[in-house]
Structure formats: C-alpha cells, structure tokens
Design a protein. Structure first.
Length: 95
C-alpha cells in the first residue's frame, strides 16, 4: 500500500507498508527532488491527514500524533483508548 498526500512545504508524503507494518513515512522535497525521512518512530500508521499546517497521524492502536508541517516537530499526541476506524477525516471547525 502506498498513499500520497499533497503538502505545502513538500510535494508528497509517502506512507508505505514495510514488512506488514507502517513504520513511518517519507517526504519528497521539491527543491532537492529527493525523498527525506520524516518520522520513523510512529509504528503501525493507519492514516495521515494534513490540515492548516499540521499533520495528523492515526495509528492502528488508536493513537493520534500531531506534527507541525513546517518544523516537522511533534506537537502532541492522544491515546483514544478504543478501537477506531482505519480512516479518519480531519475537518476545520467553522465559526
């Protein structure tokens, strides 16, 4: 499984299964035209969503990690404590 996602700073995020585990993801730098390793410490990634400069990463064990898209630093995480869907949608609250 390979999933590509557009971002502002980088062209794509590549999330790929390695030995049946989603063990992180790569980014493609538009300036150098090379893939760069972004995160390899988040295990069992189920889904990645980008919104307003943040990356939201959902894992199969119901954790959400939030990264700043520009600095690539982890801002926070939360453990949901129950089994969640393999897909999620991050939406911007109106108002």
């Amino acid at each position: 499984m390979l999933a590509f996602m557009a971002m502002k700073k980088y062209e794509y995020v590549l999330n790929g299964k390695i030995h049946n585990k989603n063990n992180g993801f790569l980014i493609f730098n538009k300036e150098t035209l090379e893939f760069e390793k972004l995160v390899d410490d988040v295990k069992d990634i189920s889904y990645i969503e980008s919104l307003d400069g943040y990356l939201f990463i959902l894992t199969r064990d119901s954790k959400i990690f939030i990264y700043d898209e520009n600095t690539l630093e982890q801002i926070g995480s939360i453990e949901l404590g129950w089994e969640v869907s393999h897909r999620m949608k991050v939406i911007k609250k109106k108002g």
